[in-house]
Design a protein around this ligand. Structure first.
Ligand code: PEP
Length: 249
C-alpha cells in the first residue's frame, strides 16, 4: 500500500494561485519515492485550471473536496463525480468534519456520496472523527464505528483499492492541537479492527490517514506510527514548502 499524503486546501486559492502552488509543489516533489502518493484537494473553481496544467506537476494527483451523489439534475450549487473527473480530478473527500458540522451533512448522505463517487470512478477518502465532548464522554469507539458503518454501508468491496479513511479528531483540526501518538494509535486501531471485521481478510489493505494540525515537525513521528498509512493536511498544505516537507518526511 502506498503512503498517501493528502492536502486539503479548503476555501483557499483561485485557479491561478492553485496552479502556481501546484507547479512549485511538483518541482519540490520530482523525486517523490515510488511508495508515496500525493493528492491535493483543491476548490472546485481551481480544478479545471489545475487539471489543464497537470503536465507541470505529474507527481501530484488532484481531487475535489465534495460532490453530490447523482449524475446530473436539479441540485443547485452541487457538482457531480463525472464533472470532477472531466475537470481532471481523480479523488474526492467525503464527510470532512467541516461538511458535517457547518453544512449539517448526515451520516446517510455521506454514505451515499462515498458509494456513488466510487462507482463513478473516483477514489474516495472518507473522513471520520470524534468531537471533544464525544471523546470526553468515552464515546470514541461508538462514534467512529457509527460513521464508518454509515459511510461504507453501500460500498461495493470491489472499489476498496481506491478507498481510504482519514481519522480526523474534530478538536485537532485547524486548532494547532495535534493528537498525541497514544491517541492516534488508539483511534487507528479501532478503525483497523472495524475494517478487518467488515471486510474479513481485506481490512488491512485500506489506508488510514491521520489529519489534524499535521506540520513538517510532527509528520515524521505520525507517519511512523502503526496503522498510519498517510496524512491529510489542511493549514500546512497551503504552502508548497511546508507541504513538500511533510510529503517527504
Ligand atoms: C483538514 O482540513 O482536514 C485538516 C486536518 O486541517 P489542519 O491540518 O489545518 O488541522
Amino acid at each position: 500500500m502506498k503512503l498517501l499524503l493528502a492536502a486539503n486546501w479548503k476555501m483557499y486559492k483561485t485557479g491561478e494561485e492553485a496552479v502556481l502552488t501546484l507547479t512549485d509543489l511538483g518541482r519540490r516533489l520530482s523525486s517523490l519515492p515510488e511508495d508515496r502518493q500525493v493528492i491535493v484537494f483543491v476548490p472546485f473553481t481551481a480544478l479545471a485550471q489545475a487539471g489543464q496544467a497537470r503536465a507541470a506537476f505529474p507527481a501530484v494527483s488532484l481531487g475535489a473536496q465534495n460532490c453530490y451523489p447523482a449524475e446530473e439534475g436539479a441540485f443547485t450549487g452541487e457538482i457531480s463525480p463525472a464533472m470532477i473527473r472531466a475537470a481532471g480530478g481523480t479523488w474526492v473527500l467525503a464527510g470532512h468534519s467541516e461538511r458535517r458540522s457547518l453544512f449539517q451533512e448526515s451520516d446517510l448522505l455521506i454514505g451515499r456520496k462515498t458509494a456513488f463517487a466510487l462507482k463513478a470512478g473516483l477514489g474516495v477518502i472518507l473522513c471520520v472523527g470524534e468531537s471533544l465532548p464525544e471523546r470526553e464522554r468515552g464515546d470514541l469507539q461508538p462514534v467512529l464505528e457509527r460513521q464508518l458503518e454509515a459511510g461504507l454501508a453501500a460500498v461495493d468491496p470491489v472499489f476498496l483499492p481506491r478507498f481510504a479513511v482519514a481519522y480526523e479528531p474534530v478538536w485537532a483540526i485547524g486548532t494547532g492541537r495535534v493528537a498525541g501518538p497514544a491517541e492516534i494509535l488508539e483511534s487507528h486501531a479501532v478503525i483497523r479492527a472495524f475494517l478487518e471485521r467488515k471486510y474479513a481478510g481485506r481490512g488491512g489493505e485500506i489506508g488510514i490517514l491521520y489529519g489534524g494540525s499535521v506540520k513538517p515537525d510532527n509528520a515524521g513521528t505520525i507517519l511512523g506510527l502503526d496503522n498510519v498509512n498517510g496524512v491529510l493536511v489542511g493549514g500546512a498544505s497551503l504552502q508548497a514548502e511546508s507541504f513538500s516537507a511533510i510529503a517527504l518526511a
